[in-house]
Every structure is written in structure tokens, then in C-alpha cells.
Design a protein around this ligand. Sequence first.
Ligand SMILES: Nc1nc2c(c(=O)[nH]1)N[C@H]1C(S)=C(S)[C@@H](COP(=O)(O)OP(=O)(O)OC[C@H]3O[C@@H](n4cnc5c(N)ncnc54)[C@H](O)[C@@H]3O)O[C@H]1N2
Ligand code: MOO
Length: 431
Amino acid sequence: MSRSIEEHAASVRATIARGYDAATARLELPLARARGAVLARDLLAPISLPPFTNSQMDGFAVRTADLRATGDEAFTLPVSATQAAGAPPTTLAPGTAVAVMTGAALPAGADAVVPVERVSPSSFDTDRITITRESAAGVLPGTYVRAQGSDVERGSVALSAGTVLGAAALGACAALGLDGAATVSVRQGPSVLVVTGGDEVLTAGQPLKPGAIYDANGPLLESWLEEAGASAVTTLSVTDAPDEFSRRLRAAVDGEAPHLIVTSGGISAGAFEVVRLTLEREAQMWFGHVAMQPGGPQGCGHYRGVPVVCLPGNPVSSWVSCEMFLRPALAQVWGSCVPPRWASAVLTDPVRGLTGRSQLRRGLLEAGDDAAREPAVRCVGGASSHLLMSAARASVLLRIPAGDQEFPAGTRVDILPVSGGTIIGQETANE
Ligand SMILES: Nc1nc2c(c(=O)[nH]1)N[C@H]1C(S)=C(S)[C@@H](COP(=O)(O)OP(=O)(O)OC[C@H]3O[C@@H](n4cnc5c(N)ncnc54)[C@H](O)[C@@H]3O)O[C@H]1N2
Ligand code: MOO
């Protein structure tokens, strides 16, 4: 049975939704440990920002009414005081100006600021300034004034639920006076049991035997899931022996009580597909083919009431499947990671499509030195799903539409940014 990418994505989302646990999905965390997390609740502002009305420019605070007299070609005002940043606000006497610095409180009575370079002399070392009629015409109430609460009003929503606590958001929290110990309510993803292995798979650190390979998928999935906000990830390494697989899976699921099981490998057409054969017998599952490459063989369902998502064993297939199926589902159901942020770019080189299947090639977005130019993307490595080293160099996945045709250079394709990848320009910097 075959599915489209969208059909399988919907099915994985519905599968994962059955394991959703509202109590786990929200967590109180001190800000110092919340970097990268997603806010679960609106964060209300404990103070207004700016906390007081202040100047946006180094210049002179004035009363605009003083610059409206008719007939004069220029306005000359005595400088009655200097208002430095950090000092309490002074008062502007009518018919005068107060020298004011960027970020300094606007003196009481002033309603605009004229930048120092627009007055004569253009200096603070003076006891009077002159403003031409032409310059004065542009000085309106509020000019170069940052009103109290113009960024956020005390008590209103400063950062809404769903905001990722990146650098700007953490800076915003600090601006509100929240220190690292202040707690915020953040999203947390499911606890996940990762099942990887096969008779050929060894854990790194052991001597490599003929016919064996090291386990890439365990660490790959663990790291991907942690980045996606999983509350805990435990890994079960299995062999291809069905009875042992069945027994150990059951013990792990009963012992860990995970919200989600993610398996890799053992689901396609071979003679020892232990994951598919066991789950077809012991769980309610769909196994079949999704019209994409890599990541064709897929499965999902429920094992003892726990959602299971089965990914194909080739490492690149597992990784691409995480981005295509787990990311949208975790983002929508648990809210613990950003949803896929698809964009577009043009191909630098021709790419051959595949009949009946979209391809998800790994690519590098070229550094654009011209902001007006559309971003350009090139494939890194070939199409095969064992090519994990070139996948590690990729900064995006490119979706090449189905079709037995060549998509020429210049074709616009959908791209999905991924974390990691090689920084263009540093490929030869072996320091
Ligand atoms: N006759 C067919 N054969 C295959 C088909 C098919 O449709 N008909 N599909 C191919 C595709 S596409 C993929 S993808 C794989 C998926 O197979 P499985 O999910 O059953 O995965 P395995 O056979 O167990 O492993 C595939 C490949 O990946 C390596 N592997 C597995 N686990 C790990 C791990 N933890 N770390 C590193 N590498 C791992 C494994 O050694 C195999 O080379 O099936 C194709 N075959
Ligand atoms: O579809 Mo498989 O996942 O290409 O290698």
C-alpha cells in the first residue's frame, strides 16, 4: 500500500496525538535553563518598556509649540539644562531647550527632540541653539521620542505562547527585569523510547567485525529528538532475533512507559524484518511505502497503547523522515519544536527527478552576497540513503518534485532548513 508524503504526515500526527499528555507537555523552568525552549504560556510584562519616556537621539528636547511662531526665519532657544542618561527627568522651562542624550528621560514639558546635527551650532558646548524654520517644520509632537510602554505596556503580553526563547527573546526577558532564576512555562515533548539495531549493528567503541557497522541511528535519533524538545530519550539496542526482540521491547515499554516509540530499520522487504514482523503480530500498525526517496518504507501505529513510528534503517532515510514526519507532528501535537519552515531557492545545477516519488536531496544554501538575488541551492552528495557524511554537510533539504525529467539549473524548489551543515567558505580551514 502506498501513501503520499502528506497522507503519511497526517497519519503520524494522528498516531502521536494519542500519546499526548498535557501534564508532561508543560514545564516550569528557570530562564537560565530555558534557552531554545518554546513558551507554553503568554509571558506578561512586569514593567512597561521603555519604563519612562526618553530620547531616541542625542540632541535637544523642545516644546513644539515654541517652534510654531509665525514670521521668524529661525528659532533661537537658550539651553537651560543637560539631561544625561540615567539621571531623573528635569523640567523644560517654556521657550528653552534641554540638551538630552539618547536613552535619557525626556524632560517634563518637552514633547520632541531635535538631533544635535540639525541645530546650529551642532554641539552641546553652547548656551543657545538655533533651528531653521525649515527644520522646525519637521519637528512634530513625538519626533524622536520613545514613549513609555511603546515596546510593551506593563501587564500586557510581552512574549506570546509559542515564542522560541532565542537570543532576542532572552534579551527581552532580561529587559523586563527577569533574571536567570525567574521561571517561565515552556513546552516539553514526549518521553521517547528509541529502538535501533540489527545483527550487523555494533555500538561505537567496540572492535569492528567483518560484515558489521556501527550504530549511527541511535545517536542520530537521540540527538534529533532532544533538539525537538523530547523530555527524555532512552535507547534500546536490539538484534534480529524475533523472540528476544519481542521480549525486550515489551519489557522496555512496560518499564519506561514512554509517550512515543521510534524505531529505525527492520521494516522493508528482507528476510529478517524483525520490527515489522513483530509489530504486525503484536500491535495495530500500518506498514507500507511513502512516495518519497529516501524514506520510502514507513510504518506507524500503536503498541500496547503507545504510539509507534517506524522509520527506515538507512541513516539518511531515518533523518529525513524525522524532518518530514516527526517534526510537523511534534510541533503540532506537543508544541515542543518549531514546525518545518519551508522556503524556496533556485537550483545552481540540474537535478534528475524520479518517477512517482518526490526526492528529498540534501543541499547547501549558497551564501548570498546580493540581498536582492534569490537564494541558490546546490545538492551535496548523491541521492542514496547511506550517504550520511554528505548529509552532515547539508544545511537544507530540497524537495525535488516527482517526475522522470531533468529539472534544469534555475528551477525554483522548496527547501527546508535543518540544523547543522558546513559553513560555506570554511570547508578548507583545517585549524
Ligand atoms: N527488496 C527491497 N529491498 C529494499 C527496499 C524495497 O522496497 N524492496 N527498500 C529499500 C529502502 S528504500 C530502504 S530505506 C531500506 C529500509 O530498510 P529497513 O527499514 O528494513 O532497514 P534495514 O534493512 O534494517 O537497514 C537498512 C540499511 O540501514 C542500515 N542500518 C540499519 N540500522 C542502522 C543503524 N542503527 N545505524 C546505521 N545503519 C543502520 C542497515 O545496515 C542497512 O544497510 O530497505 C531497502 N531495501
Ligand atoms: O527510501 Mo530508502 O529510505 O531510499 O533508502
